[in-house]
Design a protein around this ligand. Sequence first.
Ligand code: HEC
Length: 388
Amino acid sequence: MEQQKKVFGLAALFDSPDSIIKAAKTVTDKGYKNFDVHTPYPVHGMDKAMKLPPSKLGYVTLTFGLTGAAIALLFMYWTMSVDYPMIIGGKPFFAFPAFIPVTFEVTVLLATLSTVIGMITFFFYYPDNSHPIHDTNYMKSVSIDKFGVCIEATDSKYNEEEISKLFADLGAKSTEIIYFAEKVDRKIFEPKFITLLIVTASIVSGVAYIHLNKILYLPPFDWMMEQSRVNVQSMSSFFNDNFGMRTPVKGTVARGFLPYEFAGVNEPSSPLANPFFPSKENLVLGEKKYNTFCSPCHGNFGDGDSRLNGQFPLPPSLHTTKAREWQDGNLYHIIVNGQNVMPSYASQLNIEERWAIVNYIRVLQRAKNASDADIQEIKKESVKNVSR
Ligand code: HEC
């Protein structure tokens, strides 16, 4: 029986790290290639003694990392600059800094995955749960306190007698011929086992899917998620132009939004009436909004003394007779519509804020053009305040 077994190699056990280093060095120097050393713990200097070159795994990592970077960059370049150029936040189409995070992620992803997969497949030749040296006295000894070297039969210089002599000269405590097991028992990779795994997984996931998606939604529950609708940005053959996304029909009014009826009109024939009473809160709001949106050009008090250092045409004063005699609706009209070079502020200010500004402009105008009666009123007020 023994003779029919295929030989894996010849192994020898040594007692000390020094003797195994010496053995490894000698075996290497004699020109043996297919051999390995087994020790209970990492032994310093072993790589050098065995003349092991540095691992080539790093090249796999580098290659796939660079590939990942190139793929990510090219993909983003193609989608963002060629196929569907879109301006995002005013950045150029090829916005390199913005592409860095994705490039980095894809680089790391491909580098790590290729390292692990490459290591297991090409460098380890898959996990082997039935290696010939498992279950030998040799393996039992080297995983406790002995140091072993095993020259494999595949080595071109393999010769049992010569190697036995070499081991003996090196001071080996014992040598052992290692055979391949007669019947390799690889349960995990058996086709039957894999088939069973796939069948079980399919049944379990199939049952789970049908249960979660069909049975749980039997009437009275129905498939609300399955509706005939057009996804955004997708085609629809329903319309002649094949666009799925439609522009609103002309004259559409958004809910809760009343369009300004004099939009685009030069001077409204009968301007809107001011619906807001100049309460204290309203005026505080108006002051805040006026100072934010109007004062850069019109000045803090409406004198037309812009802070823009001549970068924009100076507006007229808001204290002209024309401006003072205008109805509130005329001022409102200019805020919504703009006037010549002055742009519309409709999108920055809501309806209440616009009227609040109008009320505040009235305050500025009255302060600039106070009548005697106004001044008497103020005097009375301050006397009251002092005597209080
Ligand atoms: C970018 C500068 C700028 C800003 C900001 C600005 N305006 Fe003007 N505004 C002008 C200019 C310039 C004119 C004169 C336009 C013209 O030539 O008819 C003007 C004209 C006006 C007029 C008409 C004056 C007149 O006698 O014809 C009113 C009223 C007015 N602005 C109110 C406002 C209000 C209220 C705000 C804040 C919501 C505002 N403006 C913000 C530049 C500005």
